[in-house]
Design a protein around this ligand. Structure first.
Ligand code: NAD
Ligand code: MG
Length: 389
Protein backbone atom coordinates (compact mmCIF):
# COMPACT_ATOMS: atom_id res chain seq x y z
CA UNK A 1 0.00 0.00 0.00
CA UNK A 2 1.57 3.19 -1.09
CA UNK A 3 0.00 6.11 0.72
CA UNK A 4 1.51 8.50 -1.79
CA UNK A 5 3.19 7.23 -4.98
CA UNK A 6 5.54 10.18 -5.18
CA UNK A 7 7.27 9.24 -1.93
CA UNK A 8 10.01 6.67 -1.52
CA UNK A 9 8.76 4.18 1.05
CA UNK A 10 11.51 3.37 3.51
CA UNK A 11 11.81 0.35 5.82
CA UNK A 12 14.21 1.12 8.66
CA UNK A 13 15.55 -2.09 10.13
CA UNK A 14 17.04 -0.93 13.42
CA UNK A 15 15.03 2.30 13.74
CA UNK A 16 15.85 2.87 17.43
CA UNK A 17 19.63 2.92 16.91
CA UNK A 18 22.01 5.74 16.13
CA UNK A 19 21.61 5.34 12.35
CA UNK A 20 17.89 4.56 12.60
CA UNK A 21 16.99 7.65 14.62
CA UNK A 22 19.05 9.89 12.33
CA UNK A 23 17.30 8.38 9.31
CA UNK A 24 13.97 9.30 10.90
CA UNK A 25 15.25 12.87 11.33
CA UNK A 26 15.95 12.91 7.58
CA UNK A 27 12.46 11.58 6.83
CA UNK A 28 10.90 14.16 9.18
CA UNK A 29 12.76 16.92 7.33
CA UNK A 30 11.51 15.66 3.93
CA UNK A 31 7.95 14.39 4.44
CA UNK A 32 7.22 15.13 0.76
CA UNK A 33 9.97 12.74 -0.40
CA UNK A 34 10.02 9.85 2.08
CA UNK A 35 7.68 7.88 4.28
CA UNK A 36 8.66 5.43 7.02
CA UNK A 37 6.69 2.28 6.22
CA UNK A 38 8.47 -0.25 8.44
CA UNK A 39 10.20 0.34 11.76
CA UNK A 40 11.98 -2.39 13.72
CA UNK A 41 13.74 -2.55 17.08
CA UNK A 42 15.22 -5.31 19.19
CA UNK A 43 14.24 -4.31 22.73
CA UNK A 44 13.60 -0.57 23.04
CA UNK A 45 9.80 -0.80 22.95
CA UNK A 46 9.26 2.68 24.36
CA UNK A 47 11.17 4.43 21.61
CA UNK A 48 9.67 2.16 18.94
CA UNK A 49 6.17 3.07 20.14
CA UNK A 50 6.97 6.80 20.11
CA UNK A 51 8.44 6.52 16.61
CA UNK A 52 5.40 4.58 15.41
CA UNK A 53 2.96 7.15 16.79
CA UNK A 54 4.89 9.96 15.13
CA UNK A 55 5.57 8.36 11.72
CA UNK A 56 2.49 6.12 11.38
CA UNK A 57 4.24 3.27 9.54
CA UNK A 58 2.46 0.31 8.03
CA UNK A 59 4.32 -2.21 10.19
CA UNK A 60 6.48 -2.33 13.29
CA UNK A 61 8.51 -5.31 14.46
CA UNK A 62 9.82 -5.75 17.98
CA UNK A 63 12.59 -8.36 18.10
CA UNK A 64 12.14 -9.25 21.75
CA UNK A 65 8.91 -11.28 21.85
CA UNK A 66 8.38 -10.48 25.54
CA UNK A 67 7.70 -6.87 24.52
CA UNK A 68 5.04 -7.74 21.94
CA UNK A 69 2.00 -7.15 24.16
CA UNK A 70 3.21 -3.74 25.31
CA UNK A 71 3.78 -2.57 21.75
CA UNK A 72 0.50 -3.99 20.50
CA UNK A 73 -1.50 -2.37 23.28
CA UNK A 74 0.18 1.00 22.83
CA UNK A 75 -0.65 0.98 19.12
CA UNK A 76 -4.10 -0.61 19.44
CA UNK A 77 -5.92 2.54 18.42
CA UNK A 78 -3.93 2.83 15.16
CA UNK A 79 -3.85 0.82 11.89
CA UNK A 80 -0.22 -0.12 12.47
CA UNK A 81 0.46 -3.86 12.27
CA UNK A 82 2.69 -5.23 15.01
CA UNK A 83 4.92 -8.31 14.70
CA UNK A 84 7.54 -9.82 16.98
CA UNK A 85 10.62 -12.04 16.78
CA UNK A 86 13.53 -12.63 14.42
CA UNK A 87 11.42 -14.65 11.96
CA UNK A 88 9.07 -11.67 11.59
CA UNK A 89 12.02 -9.51 10.55
CA UNK A 90 12.72 -11.89 7.66
CA UNK A 91 9.07 -12.03 6.65
CA UNK A 92 8.56 -8.28 6.73
CA UNK A 93 11.77 -7.78 4.75
CA UNK A 94 10.13 -9.67 1.87
CA UNK A 95 6.85 -7.72 1.92
CA UNK A 96 5.51 -5.40 -0.77
CA UNK A 97 4.86 -2.37 1.38
CA UNK A 98 8.21 -0.61 0.94
CA UNK A 99 10.76 0.34 -1.74
CA UNK A 100 14.08 0.74 0.07
CA UNK A 101 15.47 -1.01 3.13
CA UNK A 102 17.77 0.98 5.36
CA UNK A 103 19.78 -1.89 6.86
CA UNK A 104 20.67 -0.35 10.23
CA UNK A 105 20.60 -3.35 12.57
CA UNK A 106 23.96 -3.80 14.29
CA UNK A 107 26.06 -6.92 13.75
CA UNK A 108 25.42 -10.35 12.30
CA UNK A 109 21.69 -10.08 13.14
CA UNK A 110 21.32 -7.75 10.15
CA UNK A 111 22.42 -10.34 7.60
CA UNK A 112 19.30 -12.47 7.16
CA UNK A 113 16.71 -9.69 6.77
CA UNK A 114 19.00 -7.97 4.27
CA UNK A 115 19.29 -11.20 2.27
CA UNK A 116 15.50 -11.52 2.26
CA UNK A 117 15.13 -7.95 1.04
CA UNK A 118 17.60 -8.55 -1.79
CA UNK A 119 15.77 -11.74 -2.78
CA UNK A 120 12.57 -9.68 -2.86
CA UNK A 121 14.21 -7.13 -5.19
CA UNK A 122 14.31 -4.22 -2.72
CA UNK A 123 16.91 -1.48 -2.99
CA UNK A 124 19.30 -1.54 -0.03
CA UNK A 125 20.84 1.42 1.79
CA UNK A 126 23.47 -0.47 3.73
CA UNK A 127 24.69 0.76 7.10
CA UNK A 128 25.21 -2.76 8.49
CA UNK A 129 28.79 -3.42 7.36
CA UNK A 130 28.91 -6.78 9.15
CA UNK A 131 26.58 -8.18 6.47
CA UNK A 132 29.27 -7.72 3.83
CA UNK A 133 32.08 -8.82 6.14
CA UNK A 134 30.31 -12.11 6.82
CA UNK A 135 29.04 -13.03 3.36
CA UNK A 136 29.99 -10.25 0.94
CA UNK A 137 30.41 -12.56 -2.06
CA UNK A 138 26.91 -14.01 -1.70
CA UNK A 139 25.28 -10.66 -0.95
CA UNK A 140 26.82 -8.92 -3.95
CA UNK A 141 26.12 -11.83 -6.28
CA UNK A 142 22.47 -11.95 -5.23
CA UNK A 143 22.24 -8.18 -5.62
CA UNK A 144 23.49 -8.45 -9.21
CA UNK A 145 21.12 -11.34 -9.97
CA UNK A 146 18.14 -9.43 -8.60
CA UNK A 147 19.26 -6.07 -10.07
CA UNK A 148 19.25 -4.61 -6.59
CA UNK A 149 21.32 -1.50 -5.91
CA UNK A 150 23.38 -1.69 -2.69
CA UNK A 151 24.01 1.93 -1.72
CA UNK A 152 26.52 2.41 1.09
CA UNK A 153 25.63 4.44 4.18
CA UNK A 154 28.93 3.99 5.99
CA UNK A 155 30.52 7.42 5.58
CA UNK A 156 33.77 6.16 4.00
CA UNK A 157 31.96 4.01 1.47
CA UNK A 158 29.42 6.71 0.76
CA UNK A 159 32.40 9.00 0.06
CA UNK A 160 33.89 6.48 -2.38
CA UNK A 161 30.48 5.90 -3.96
CA UNK A 162 30.06 9.66 -4.43
CA UNK A 163 33.57 9.96 -5.93
CA UNK A 164 32.65 7.25 -8.44
CA UNK A 165 29.57 9.01 -9.82
CA UNK A 166 30.26 9.65 -13.51
CA UNK A 167 33.30 7.34 -13.50
CA UNK A 168 31.64 4.07 -14.58
CA UNK A 169 34.14 3.39 -17.36
CA UNK A 170 37.20 4.46 -15.39
CA UNK A 171 39.21 1.97 -13.41
CA UNK A 172 40.03 2.53 -9.75
CA UNK A 173 43.73 2.35 -8.94
CA UNK A 174 43.09 2.34 -5.23
CA UNK A 175 40.77 3.65 -2.54
CA UNK A 176 42.04 5.47 0.52
CA UNK A 177 39.86 4.86 3.56
CA UNK A 178 40.25 7.54 6.18
CA UNK A 179 40.05 6.70 9.89
CA UNK A 180 39.75 9.14 12.76
CA UNK A 181 42.01 6.91 14.85
CA UNK A 182 39.46 6.85 17.66
CA UNK A 183 39.96 8.07 21.23
CA UNK A 184 43.27 6.22 21.77
CA UNK A 185 45.25 7.48 18.82
CA UNK A 186 48.97 7.56 19.64
CA UNK A 187 48.52 5.37 22.73
CA UNK A 188 50.59 2.24 23.38
CA UNK A 189 49.66 -1.19 24.85
CA UNK A 190 50.76 -0.27 28.40
CA UNK A 191 48.06 2.42 28.36
CA UNK A 192 45.44 0.45 26.47
CA UNK A 193 45.49 -2.49 28.87
CA UNK A 194 43.92 -0.27 31.53
CA UNK A 195 41.30 1.65 29.55
CA UNK A 196 37.77 1.34 30.84
CA UNK A 197 34.61 0.89 28.84
CA UNK A 198 33.39 4.44 29.65
CA UNK A 199 36.59 5.86 28.19
CA UNK A 200 36.44 3.67 25.08
CA UNK A 201 32.83 4.76 24.51
CA UNK A 202 33.88 8.42 24.11
CA UNK A 203 34.55 8.87 20.41
CA UNK A 204 36.14 12.22 19.52
CA UNK A 205 34.21 12.93 16.28
CA UNK A 206 31.19 10.65 15.91
CA UNK A 207 28.31 9.74 18.20
CA UNK A 208 27.37 6.13 17.39
CA UNK A 209 26.03 2.89 18.87
CA UNK A 210 28.14 1.12 21.49
CA UNK A 211 29.46 -1.72 19.32
CA UNK A 212 30.79 0.45 16.49
CA UNK A 213 32.22 2.93 19.01
CA UNK A 214 34.34 0.16 20.56
CA UNK A 215 35.26 -1.07 17.07
CA UNK A 216 36.44 2.46 16.29
CA UNK A 217 38.59 2.54 19.43
CA UNK A 218 40.28 -0.79 18.53
CA UNK A 219 40.47 0.07 14.80
CA UNK A 220 38.48 -3.10 14.04
CA UNK A 221 35.92 -0.77 12.51
CA UNK A 222 38.43 0.21 9.83
CA UNK A 223 39.31 -3.45 9.30
CA UNK A 224 35.64 -4.29 8.78
CA UNK A 225 35.42 -1.34 6.40
CA UNK A 226 38.34 -2.60 4.29
CA UNK A 227 36.42 -5.84 3.74
CA UNK A 228 33.22 -3.90 3.14
CA UNK A 229 35.03 -1.83 0.47
CA UNK A 230 36.36 -4.96 -1.22
CA UNK A 231 32.87 -6.24 -1.86
CA UNK A 232 31.09 -2.96 -2.60
CA UNK A 233 33.64 -1.79 -5.16
CA UNK A 234 35.04 -5.13 -6.34
CA UNK A 235 38.60 -4.37 -5.22
CA UNK A 236 41.70 -6.47 -4.63
CA UNK A 237 43.18 -6.20 -1.11
CA UNK A 238 46.21 -4.24 -2.33
CA UNK A 239 43.90 -1.56 -3.75
CA UNK A 240 42.65 -0.65 -0.27
CA UNK A 241 44.73 1.68 1.89
CA UNK A 242 43.94 3.03 5.35
CA UNK A 243 45.10 6.49 6.42
CA UNK A 244 44.55 8.07 9.83
CA UNK A 245 42.95 11.49 9.44
CA UNK A 246 42.00 12.71 12.93
CA UNK A 247 39.79 15.63 11.81
CA UNK A 248 37.32 13.36 9.94
CA UNK A 249 36.69 15.99 7.25
CA UNK A 250 37.77 13.89 4.25
CA UNK A 251 35.50 10.86 4.45
CA UNK A 252 37.52 8.80 1.96
CA UNK A 253 39.19 9.06 -1.45
CA UNK A 254 39.51 7.31 -4.79
CA UNK A 255 42.70 7.34 -6.84
CA UNK A 256 42.26 6.70 -10.56
CA UNK A 257 44.67 5.32 -13.15
CA UNK A 258 45.87 8.77 -14.18
CA UNK A 259 46.96 9.46 -10.59
CA UNK A 260 44.10 11.86 -9.92
CA UNK A 261 42.59 11.59 -6.44
CA UNK A 262 38.98 12.52 -5.69
CA UNK A 263 37.87 13.10 -2.10
CA UNK A 264 34.47 13.66 -0.54
CA UNK A 265 34.46 16.12 2.34
CA UNK A 266 32.18 17.56 4.96
CA UNK A 267 31.71 17.76 8.70
CA UNK A 268 31.30 14.37 10.35
CA UNK A 269 27.52 13.92 10.35
CA UNK A 270 25.95 10.58 9.44
CA UNK A 271 22.76 12.27 8.32
CA UNK A 272 24.52 13.29 5.13
CA UNK A 273 25.40 9.76 3.89
CA UNK A 274 22.03 8.48 5.16
CA UNK A 275 20.16 11.15 3.20
CA UNK A 276 22.36 10.62 0.13
CA UNK A 277 21.62 6.88 0.14
CA UNK A 278 17.90 7.45 0.59
CA UNK A 279 17.62 10.11 -2.11
CA UNK A 280 20.13 8.60 -4.56
CA UNK A 281 20.64 9.41 -7.42
CA UNK A 282 19.43 12.87 -6.40
CA UNK A 283 21.04 15.28 -3.98
CA UNK A 284 18.39 17.05 -1.93
CA UNK A 285 18.81 20.14 0.26
CA UNK A 286 19.84 19.89 3.88
CA UNK A 287 20.44 22.26 6.75
CA UNK A 288 23.31 20.17 8.16
CA UNK A 289 26.18 22.35 9.44
CA UNK A 290 28.68 23.19 6.70
CA UNK A 291 32.43 22.68 6.81
CA UNK A 292 34.29 25.97 7.19
CA UNK A 293 37.94 25.93 6.04
CA UNK A 294 38.70 28.81 8.39
CA UNK A 295 37.56 26.85 11.45
CA UNK A 296 39.27 23.54 10.68
CA UNK A 297 42.15 24.76 8.55
CA UNK A 298 44.63 21.93 9.07
CA UNK A 299 43.96 18.46 7.75
CA UNK A 300 46.54 15.87 8.79
CA UNK A 301 47.30 12.31 7.78
CA UNK A 302 49.37 9.51 9.27
CA UNK A 303 49.99 5.78 9.03
CA UNK A 304 47.92 3.53 11.30
CA UNK A 305 49.87 1.85 14.11
CA UNK A 306 49.02 -1.80 13.44
CA UNK A 307 51.53 -3.06 16.02
CA UNK A 308 49.50 -1.45 18.78
CA UNK A 309 46.08 -1.74 17.16
CA UNK A 310 46.49 -5.35 16.12
CA UNK A 311 42.86 -5.77 15.15
CA UNK A 312 43.62 -3.88 11.97
CA UNK A 313 46.40 -6.35 11.12
CA UNK A 314 44.05 -9.28 11.81
CA UNK A 315 41.44 -7.74 9.52
CA UNK A 316 44.08 -7.24 6.84
CA UNK A 317 44.86 -10.96 7.08
CA UNK A 318 41.15 -11.82 6.83
CA UNK A 319 40.80 -9.51 3.84
CA UNK A 320 43.72 -11.19 2.05
CA UNK A 321 42.85 -14.82 2.84
CA UNK A 322 39.10 -14.40 2.33
CA UNK A 323 36.88 -17.50 2.53
CA UNK A 324 35.18 -17.82 5.91
CA UNK A 325 37.96 -15.98 7.77
CA UNK A 326 36.26 -12.53 7.78
CA UNK A 327 33.05 -14.22 9.01
CA UNK A 328 34.97 -15.95 11.82
CA UNK A 329 36.77 -12.74 12.72
CA UNK A 330 33.51 -10.82 12.81
CA UNK A 331 31.83 -13.37 15.09
CA UNK A 332 34.78 -13.43 17.51
CA UNK A 333 34.85 -9.63 17.49
CA UNK A 334 31.14 -9.40 18.36
CA UNK A 335 31.68 -11.73 21.32
CA UNK A 336 34.83 -9.88 22.41
CA UNK A 337 33.18 -6.44 22.23
CA UNK A 338 30.16 -7.75 24.12
CA UNK A 339 32.47 -9.09 26.86
CA UNK A 340 34.49 -5.85 27.03
CA UNK A 341 31.29 -3.81 27.34
CA UNK A 342 30.36 -5.98 30.32
CA UNK A 343 33.79 -5.52 31.92
CA UNK A 344 34.57 -9.22 31.50
CA UNK A 345 37.84 -8.74 29.57
CA UNK A 346 40.25 -5.86 29.08
CA UNK A 347 40.79 -3.78 25.96
CA UNK A 348 43.75 -5.80 24.67
CA UNK A 349 42.13 -9.17 25.47
CA UNK A 350 39.68 -8.46 22.68
CA UNK A 351 42.42 -8.91 20.09
CA UNK A 352 43.64 -12.16 21.69
CA UNK A 353 40.14 -13.63 21.59
CA UNK A 354 39.78 -12.75 17.91
CA UNK A 355 43.23 -14.04 16.97
CA UNK A 356 42.79 -17.38 18.76
CA UNK A 357 39.38 -17.88 17.18
CA UNK A 358 40.74 -17.11 13.71
CA UNK A 359 43.48 -19.71 14.26
CA UNK A 360 41.09 -22.35 15.56
CA UNK A 361 38.09 -22.44 13.22
CA UNK A 362 38.75 -24.54 10.08
CA UNK A 363 39.31 -22.47 6.95
CA UNK A 364 36.80 -22.83 4.12
CA UNK A 365 37.87 -21.24 0.86
CA UNK A 366 34.47 -20.87 -0.85
CA UNK A 367 31.76 -21.24 1.78
CA UNK A 368 28.07 -21.70 1.02
CA UNK A 369 25.61 -19.53 2.91
CA UNK A 370 24.98 -22.46 5.27
CA UNK A 371 28.72 -22.75 5.89
CA UNK A 372 28.91 -19.05 6.72
CA UNK A 373 26.12 -19.55 9.28
CA UNK A 374 27.99 -22.55 10.72
CA UNK A 375 31.34 -20.73 10.83
CA UNK A 376 29.67 -17.83 12.64
CA UNK A 377 28.18 -20.19 15.24
CA UNK A 378 31.41 -22.14 15.77
CA UNK A 379 33.43 -18.94 16.11
CA UNK A 380 30.97 -17.48 18.63
CA UNK A 381 31.03 -20.64 20.74
CA UNK A 382 34.82 -20.86 20.68
CA UNK A 383 35.29 -17.17 21.53
CA UNK A 384 32.74 -17.39 24.35
CA UNK A 385 34.55 -20.46 25.72
CA UNK A 386 37.87 -18.60 25.84
CA UNK A 387 36.24 -15.78 27.79
CA UNK A 388 34.18 -18.25 29.84
CA UNK A 389 31.02 -16.29 29.08
P1 NAD B 1 22.88 0.90 17.48
O1 NAD B 1 23.35 -0.08 18.48
O2 NAD B 1 22.74 2.33 17.87
O3 NAD B 1 21.46 0.44 16.90
C1 NAD B 1 21.24 -0.87 16.48
C2 NAD B 1 19.80 -1.10 16.05
O4 NAD B 1 19.67 -2.50 15.73
C3 NAD B 1 18.77 -0.80 17.14
O5 NAD B 1 17.58 -0.31 16.53
C4 NAD B 1 18.50 -2.17 17.75
O6 NAD B 1 17.19 -2.31 18.28
C5 NAD B 1 18.68 -3.09 16.56
N1 NAD B 1 19.16 -4.42 16.95
C6 NAD B 1 20.20 -4.69 17.78
N2 NAD B 1 20.36 -6.02 17.90
C7 NAD B 1 19.41 -6.60 17.13
C8 NAD B 1 19.05 -7.95 16.88
N3 NAD B 1 19.71 -8.98 17.41
N4 NAD B 1 18.01 -8.18 16.04
C9 NAD B 1 17.33 -7.15 15.49
N5 NAD B 1 17.61 -5.85 15.70
C10 NAD B 1 18.64 -5.58 16.52
O7 NAD B 1 23.84 0.75 16.21
P2 NAD B 1 24.25 1.87 15.15
O8 NAD B 1 25.41 2.64 15.65
O9 NAD B 1 23.04 2.60 14.67
O10 NAD B 1 24.83 0.96 13.98
C11 NAD B 1 23.98 0.20 13.13
C12 NAD B 1 24.83 -0.36 11.98
O11 NAD B 1 25.30 0.74 11.19
C13 NAD B 1 26.07 -1.11 12.46
O12 NAD B 1 26.29 -2.20 11.61
C14 NAD B 1 27.18 -0.09 12.31
O13 NAD B 1 28.43 -0.68 12.05
C15 NAD B 1 26.71 0.70 11.10
N6 NAD B 1 27.22 2.08 11.08
C16 NAD B 1 26.89 2.94 12.08
C17 NAD B 1 27.37 4.23 12.06
C18 NAD B 1 26.99 5.22 13.13
O14 NAD B 1 27.35 6.39 13.04
N7 NAD B 1 26.27 4.83 14.16
C19 NAD B 1 28.23 4.65 11.04
C20 NAD B 1 28.54 3.74 10.02
C21 NAD B 1 28.03 2.46 10.05
MG1 MG C 1 32.60 4.29 8.76
Amino acid sequence: MNKDQTKKRIAIFGSTGSIGTQALDVIAAHPDKFSAEVLTAQSNDELLIRQALQFQPNIVVIGDEKKYQQVREALASTDIKVFAGARALDEVAAMDCYDLMLAAIVGYAGLKPTLKAIDAGKAIALANKETLVVAGDIIMQKAVENRVPVIPVDSEHSAIFQCLVGETRNRIEKVILTASGGPFIGRKPNYLVNVKREHALQHPNWSMGAKITIDSATLMNKGLEMIEAKWLFNLRPEQIQVVIHPQSIIHSMVQFEDGSIKAQMGLPDMKLPIQYAMAFPKRIPSDFPRYDFKKVSTLTFEEPDTRTFRNLALAQEALEKGGNLPCVMNAANEIAVFAFLRNRINFLDMTDVIEKTMQKIPFIEKPSLEEYFESDGEARNFAADIIKL
